[in-house]
Design a protein around this ligand. Structure first.
Ligand SMILES: Cc1cc2nc3c(=O)[nH]c(=O)nc-3n(C[C@H](O)[C@H](O)[C@H](O)COP(=O)(O)O)c2cc1C
Length: 413
């Protein structure tokens, strides 16, 4: 079997074959019943295309900018925590993103220090969770600035929902004897995964080196950091504005926006970009698919802020659908994690190539030589597809007049 794969679905199958059950389970994720994670995928399937028969596009202009960075395609790497999937983790992902001309979000819960990741791809945005107090947050921003990060992503939507009907995977606090013993039956079935680490002379490391203010300081374990985070008071919108102003010259994204009113608050807080996102369905289960919330948010904010989307992107046609509904670009999570698991850096490049090719096919079929030409006219959108979450305030420009609020809609998911 060659290592190249022709779809993200195949990368997922290979990841499942290669990874210990618990590691694979941690990637699939999805909270509670998994309604939101499932809807993130189902919603893309509900959208159809309205292709042309002749006069199709010859050119495929996909380049764009996001938060001041030039991207060769409208797809970025979304930040994801602890990539014990592969020994090179986020560094391999950063190299792949750089090789394909795109940017990356690096998680606070990542397994590699930001300095190494930025060296591999200068188009790296550091993603912050609100952990600790303002001084702690300021020290982390300072480290990101010194490391040469291209800007910040704040993810504040995490709601600590942990129960999973399908059973949460066992994630060890540390890879020690006890963990090895509990993991042993799973790992014994997946020797190639362990071998990939053994070759490097290392065992999977579950510490989070970006949770300390000074590079090289003793990093907490994933669960140690998670405990601190759970004890931190939730940030207010004033905190968001404060965080944004710590490094005013740099671009700042607020990730995890689902509501029109929150999108407007993000503008007020001075954000450069938002990502319409429900954290890949890992948060409050029952939140609708992010793609359903995208059109209302994009219409409400106009060009006051860059609007991205993440959640459920598995193919290039999904990227086209998101652009047609108002996204400037998308971010991917599981798709690249599966590519990383399947074939390291080359697997992530493979995923980005598949998305590029699929987007190219959509451009040809829809007759658009440039990604700027996508619009709702390209899509078959079933009645009731969209979800308008949150209130439009009367004074805000660009508001869709008379749009029903979510209370008036039939049972949003
Ligand atoms: C295993 C896993 C870990 C994640 N960790 C983070 C994280 O540390 N920070 C963050 O902002 N988002 C995190 N996310 C959410 C992703 O950035 C992104 O919003 C989501 O994966 C997009 O959905 P998709 O996986 O369907 O592409 C994580 C998602 C997954 C699946």
């Amino acid at each position: 079997m060659g290592k190249w794969f022709e779809t993200v679905a195949e990368a997922q199958r290979r990841a499942k074959r290669r990874l210990p059950k618990g590691v694979y389970g941690a990637l699939v994720a999805g909270s509670e019943k998994g309604l939101t994670a499932a809807d993130n995928l189902a919603a893309f399937d509900e959208l159809g295309f309205a292709p042309h028969s002749a006069g199709l596009a010859n050119d495929k202009q996909m380049a764009t900018t996001v938060m001041g960075q030039e991207l060769s395609l409208p797809v970025m790497i979304s930040p994801t925590g602890v990539q014990a999937v592969h020994p090179d983790g986020e560094v391999a992902v950063a190299r792949a993103a750089a090789a394909r001309g795109t940017a990356m979000g690096l998680s606070s819960m990542a397994s590699k220090p930001m300095e190494e990741v930025v060296a591999a791809n200068p188009k790296t945005f550091f993603q912050l969770y609100w952990v600790g107090d303002r001084d702690t947050m300021a020290a982390k921003v300072e480290r990101a600035k010194r490391a040469g990060a291209a800007g910040l992503i704040a993810t504040l939507d995490w709601s600590f929902s942990y129960g999973r009907d399908w059973g949460s995977p066992f994630i060890p606090e540390k890879i020690n004897f006890e963990a090895m013993y509990r993991y042993a039956p799973q790992v014994a079935l997946k020797p190639s995964w362990l071998w990939s680490f053994a070759k490097t002379g290392a065992i999977p490391d579950l510490t989070v080196p970006n949770m300390v203010a000074t590079p090289g300081d003793t990093a907490p374990t994933f669960f140690g950091a998670y405990g601190q985070w759970m004890q931190s008071p939730m940030p207010t919108w004033e905190d968001v504005a404060w965080l944004r102003n710590l490094w005013p010259e740099a671009p700042f994204m607020l990730k995890g926006i689902m509501r029109v009113d929150d999108a407007k608050r993000a503008i007020d807080a001075g954000a450069t970009a938002i990502s319409v996102s429900n954290h890949g369905g890992n948060n409050l289960d029952g939140t609708p698919a992010s793609i359903r919330a995208l059109p209302a948010v994009a219409e409400a904010v106009g060009d006051q802020i860059e609007v991205l989307l993440d959640g459920g992107i598995r193919r290039g046609s999904d990227v086209a659908k998101a652009l047609a509904l108002g996204a400037r670009a998308v971010m991917i999570g599981r798709a690249y994690l599966w590519g990383l698991a399947a074939n390291g850096q080359a697997g992530v490049e493979n995923v980005l190539d598949l998305l590029r090719d699929g987007l190219g096919s959509a451009m040809v079929g829809l007759g658009h030589p440039s990604i700027t030409e996508f619009s709702k006219d390209d899509l078959v959108i079933p009645a009731g597809f969209e979800r308008h979450l949150g209130e439009d305030s009367a004074h805000s420009p660009g508001t869709a007049a008379g749009a029903p609020t979510q209370q008036e809609k039939p049972a949003p998911r």
